[in-house]
Design a protein around this ligand. Structure first.
Ligand SMILES: [Ca+2]
Ligand SMILES: [Ca+2]
Ligand SMILES: [Ca+2]
Ligand SMILES: [Ca+2]
Length: 183
């Protein structure tokens, strides 16, 4: 009989302590749910209306060989061949091995290095004399050929191998300082 009043009083105190918090919790739940819905709607709207292109990945194409008859090009490499500060373009393909020499204003003049059926091409200083030479994988034999850069846009072709190959790559593979050729 002496314990009953204490139980009733503790329930009353408990209800008074929880009631304000319950109101705040309901309000917080309402605003968080509403905020989540608004964020989802805004995100969806921006996803739908955003531009498809990304500025950093936009490119403007320029045709290099349309007037000079670049046909069946299969391999390409680029370097400043004549060391005048602009990049020149080398190609290998059904129309031979060619260089497109730039005039400094993105205009290119074609010069045929060799009238052969080329496929892959790589510019590299094969004879270690400081200028870029041209390495080409030929189609339908005789395999691999490199062109020594003699200066003044003149090249001398040298056959490296006569076996039919599917690919060629030059680099100092064994680390002895001399360029090696892998096929
Ligand atoms: Ca150049
Ligand atoms: Ca060289
Ligand atoms: Ca040279
Ligand atoms: Ca080597």
């Amino acid at each position: 009989m002496h314990q009953m009043p204490r139980v009733g009083r503790s329930r009353l105190v408990l209800r008074w302590r929880i009631s304000p918090a319950a109101v705040l919790l309901r309000a917080a739940r309402f605003f968080s749910t509403a905020g989540l819905i608004v964020a989802l709607l805004l995100g969806g709207y921006r996803f739908i209306t955003r531009p498809i292109s990304v500025g950093a990945l936009e490119f403007t194409p320029h045709i290099v060989g349309v007037e000079t008859g670049a046909v069946g090009v299969l391999g390409i490499d680029a370097s400043d061949l004549d060391e005048d500060g602009d990049i020149d373009i080398f190609t290998a393909g059904n129309d031979g091995v060619k260089v497109y020499v730039q005039d400094g204003d993105h205009n290119f003049e074609q010069k045929i290095i060799d009238d052969v059926d080329g496929e892959r091409i790589q510019l590299i200083d094969l004879d270690d004399d400081g200028d870029q030479d041209v390495l080409v994988q030929l189609r339908d034999g005789p395999g691999v050929k490199w062109y020594e850069n003699k200066g003044g846009l003149e090249f001398t072709g040298v056959t490296v191998g006569t076996d039919e190959v599917k690919a060629v790559y030059a680099g100092d593979i064994d680390g002895d300082g001399a360029v090696d050729i892998a096929t």
